[in-house]
Design a protein around this ligand. Structure first.
Ligand code: FES
Length: 324
């Protein structure tokens, strides 16, 4: 039998002379002062110093997180932001490491079997240790609050980069500048008259005043065949003119090729093919959605104008797969 074994053969460590249990539930071998300084007789100074170190680390972390938020709010400066972020995370990490060093028990503890009933001496000792522990716990509340404050401040500072995502898109993906009565113009701003579009010809047009906007390019076609309008679109093709968004519904390439004989629009990127007389439904290729159609009207002066916005959002649908 070695010195580490009990008479029954079970391994155990030395029991403190009083056989009692300190507040954290362990025994201290041979009655030594534990390194965390929680004993009533032991290193109060070490405990106080540890508390101050932990509090300073958490306070530094909070101050740095606030600094990070302020720098970001005032327009940002990468070097300063990096420094503050490092200090905020570093302070938090150092605080937690010091906490573990000073206030967490480090020794392996076991409790030998012994009679269940405590002696008067053990009860008295426990009371003293409990009261001492209660005082320590009260001081630790401040550290817990500081740790919580440090995490909360850092979390708040990390919310600021959301602003970097830019303005909210709002309805930007689902509507274009086309409005009822807005004239269709060429890329140089010239309004189009219905008579300007020859049979089997195709023009790229835009809403007046919005030539440079990415979702507005439109194909204005006068096909020679008979249009088969979708329900509700019977009035959208005055004088045989028909208009579709020029942006392919696959990944947004310009649908630039018109096969007049077959009344087909072709996208050169991946060969999606759309039937002009059937609401530009896709016949071939990876595009799964029809080109959005623009309702048209001819105004009193013979100009082609929009009668509203497109039938659906132009361009690819990967950011909003449920749209029509
Ligand atoms: S972008 Fe038109 S087919 Fe791919």
């Amino acid at each position: 039998m070695t010195s580490d074994e009990s008479p029954s053969g079970a391994p155990q460590r030395a029991t403190p002379p009083h056989g009692g249990t300190p507040p954290h539930g362990g025994t201290h071998p041979q009655g030594d002062t534990p390194p965390h300084g929680d004993t009533p007789t032991g290193s109060h100074h070490a405990g106080r110093a540890g508390e101050r170190s932990v509090a300073a680390a958490f306070a530094l972390s909070m101050a740095a997180a606030l600094g990070l938020a302020v720098v970001y709010w005032r327009g940002g400066q990468p070097q300063l932001e990096g420094t503050f972020l490092a200090l905020a995370l570093g302070g938090l990490g150092v605080g937690l490491a010091l906490w573990a060093r000073y206030f967490m028990p480090h020794e392996d503890v076991e409790e030998a079997r012994k009679p269940i009933a405590s002696t008067e001496e053990e009860i008295e000792l426990f009371r003293e240790e409990f009261e001492q522990g209660e005082r320590i716990l009260t001081r630790r509340k401040l550290l817990v609050r500081l740790a919580g404050g440090s995490l909360a401040t850092l979390g708040a500072a990390l919310l600021f980069p959301i602003r970097s995502l830019g303005p909210r898109p709002g309805k930007g993906f689902k509507s274009t500048p086309y409005r009822q009565g807005l004239r269709l113009v060429t890329s140089d701003g010239r309004p189009i008259k219905a008579a300007d579009v020859a049979v089997d010809n195709v023009l790229t047009v835009f809403p007046e005043g919005h030539v440079d906007e990415g979702d507005t390019p439109t194909l204005l076609i006068r096909p020679s065949g008979t249009n088969r309008p979708r329900p509700g679109r019977e009035q959208w093709t005055p004088d045989g003119l028909i208009a579709y968004s020029k942006l392919c519904t696959h990944v947004g390439c310009p649908v630039g090729l018109y096969q007049a004989g077959e009344h087909l629009l072709l996208c050169p990127c991946h060969q999606s093919t759309f039937a002009v007389l059937d609401g530009a439904k896709p016949l071939f290729g990876p595009a799964a959605r029809s080109l959005p159609q623009l309702p048209l009207r001819i105004d009193a002066k013979g100009y082609v104008v929009a009668a509203g916005d497109f039938s659906g959002p132009p361009g690819p649908g990967f950011w909003d797969r449920d749209r029509p």
